[in-house]
Design a protein around this ligand. Structure first.
Ligand code: ATP
Ligand code: MG
Length: 446
């Protein structure tokens, strides 16, 4: 993309409505525009990162054997009456009527609808295990929407639902989700720690939340600092293997790590040596639940078991806050100049800054870099505007591309361009081909 032809409405001033850094930077970098309280338009740069995050989620869901569907945003009230949640959900559910006076709602989650799909089409244990998921807009009429996309009213969420014959099978699905989530967040350059949590209105016994540590997080968390040393890395897991998933779950959840709802001060002191006890804040970027037959009982979702008898299926649901993740990633990765995107989610792979637009040699060198990156399957953002160098650097730093190549007549005389790492701020002078090769090599791992 050439910046002169792009739509990147950056703000020079700090927007007064933004209380936290991620919200401020998303507005300043022209990623989102608020349309009503907690409701945003996604501008090109923000939309690009949203899609990157969404793609990682899809890829990791596929790896775990889960199957994508898409359910409607506007749902009839009847299914929700069957489960009892039409009355229970309260004011967070946005309700409306169609022209015939039928009660409708904007989906805050989709246990009822996916259970309805299941009961209409599955009747034998032979079709299990089954996990269906979607990535879809949700609406919750939050009492205090704030912090930009972190706590919106309309937000983008991955919600997945497993259907299993037995509790044991459903717990494997739970473990499998935990493992696949660890991998998903790590690909986004995030450390998200699974913490024992409270199940809230969804109901059920087993639940973990995934938290990204950040001072601006809304949850208070208590943990053993040893959990922050764990990393999933590039290990290869057989998601069908009960033992392998169980082993990962144990590795990542056996140390003390809890949100305030489940925190137990006595256990904290007993289990964690003083020097490793941490009290901090975190951003919830996902949650997994096992809730047994709660919805299948209420809605008659049964299958015929191996003995011919009908039994209700065991279920769980699993969510990732796709739009909230943009805020969480920025909270975890920025400096006073702007965002620092991890390679896995960056909107463009590399920025090209032309120090002397209009100079034949500099223009030609930038063009050839641009074409070389495109040929290598990467997306460069070329700042081809006739702005002064300082302004170009400020924009690149603000929007946070991990790598920048600076091209100017002086360097070109010596046959070099400058390659700069956004995270460390370090630069090196290299012949253009070597700069290209280095960037291409870095992205071959992402
Ligand atoms: P919270 O406790 O933050 O209100 P929740 O526990 O009600 O969230 P879940 O039902 O577990 O949310 O939804 C799955 C994920 O969706 C959450 O982990 C979170 O990342 C995201 N999410 C929930 N509510 C919002 C919101 N209002 N805005 C943006 N993302 C949200
Ligand atoms: Mg939650």
């Amino acid at each position: 993309m050439r910046l002169s032809r792009y739509f990147l409405p950056v703000l020079k001033e700090n927007p007064s409505e933004a209380q936290i850094v991620s919200h401020r930077l998303m507005l300043r970098a022209g990623m989102i525009k608020q349309q009503s309280a907690g409701i945003y338009s996604w501008l090109p740069l923000g939309f690009k990162v949203l899609r990157k995050i969404e793609n990682i989620v899809h890829e990791e869901q596929a790896r775990a054997g889960h199957i994508a569907i898409q359910m409607p945003i506007l749902q009839g009230a009847d299914l929700w009456r069957e489960s009892g949640r039409y009355d229970d959900y309260g004011q967070e559910m946005l309700r409306m009527q169609d022209r015939h006076g039928r009660d409708m709602l904007y989906t805050p989650t989709a246990e009822e609808m996916v259970t309805d799909i299941f009961r209409s089409h599955v009747s034998s244990y032979k079709d299990l295990p089954l996990t269906l998921y979607q990535i879809q807009w949700k609406f919750r009429d939050e009492i205090r929407p704030r912090f930009g996309v972190m706590r919106g009213r309309e937000f983008y969420m991955k919600d997945g639902y497993n259907f299993d014959l037995t509790k044991e099978d459903a717990l494997h699905a739970y473990n499998r989700h935990l493992v696949s989530y660890l991998r998903t967040y790590e690909r986004m350059g995030l450390q998200a720690i699974p913490m024992r949590a409270d199940s809230g209105p969804i109901g059920g016994d087993d639940t973990h939340e995934f938290l990204v540590l950040a001072e601006t997080g809304e949850s208070e968390v208590f943990y053993d600092s040893a959990v922050t040393d764990l990393s999933f890395g590039d290990r290869v897991i057989d998601y069908d293997s009960v033992e392998q998933c169980q082993a990962v779950l144990e590795e990542f959840t056996s140390k003390y790590a809890r949100t305030d709802e489940t925190h137990d001060e006595a256990a904290f002191h007993e289990r964690v040596p003083e020097e490793r006890r941490r009290v901090a804040r975190g951003i919830e970027v996902g949650q997994i639940f096992y809730f047994g037959t709660k919805y299948s009982d209420a809605m008659g979702a049964e299958v015929q078991g191996p003995d011919g008898k009908k039994v209700p299926v065991h279920m769980g649901s699993h969510g990732i806050g796709v739009s909230r993740l943009l805020g969480a990633i920025i909270e975890a990765s920025h400096d006073d100049k702007g965002i620092i995107w991890p390679e896995g989610v960056t909107p463009f792979h590399v920025g090209i800054v032309n120090l002397k637009q209009g100079d034949d040699e500099a223009d030609a060198a930038c063009e050839s870099l641009y074409k070389a990156f495109e040929a290598a399957g990467l997306e460069p953002l070329y700042d081809d505007r006739t702005e002064r160098a300082g302004g170009k650097f400020a924009t690149m730093d603000l929007i946070g591309l991990p790598w920048r190549i600076t091209v100017g007549p002086r360097g070109l005389k010596n046959g070099v361009v400058e390659l700069t790492c956004r995270r460390t701020g370090t630069s090196e002078e290299l012949p253009p081909e070597q700069a290209i090769a280095k960037v291409v090599e870095i992205y071959s791992h992402h």
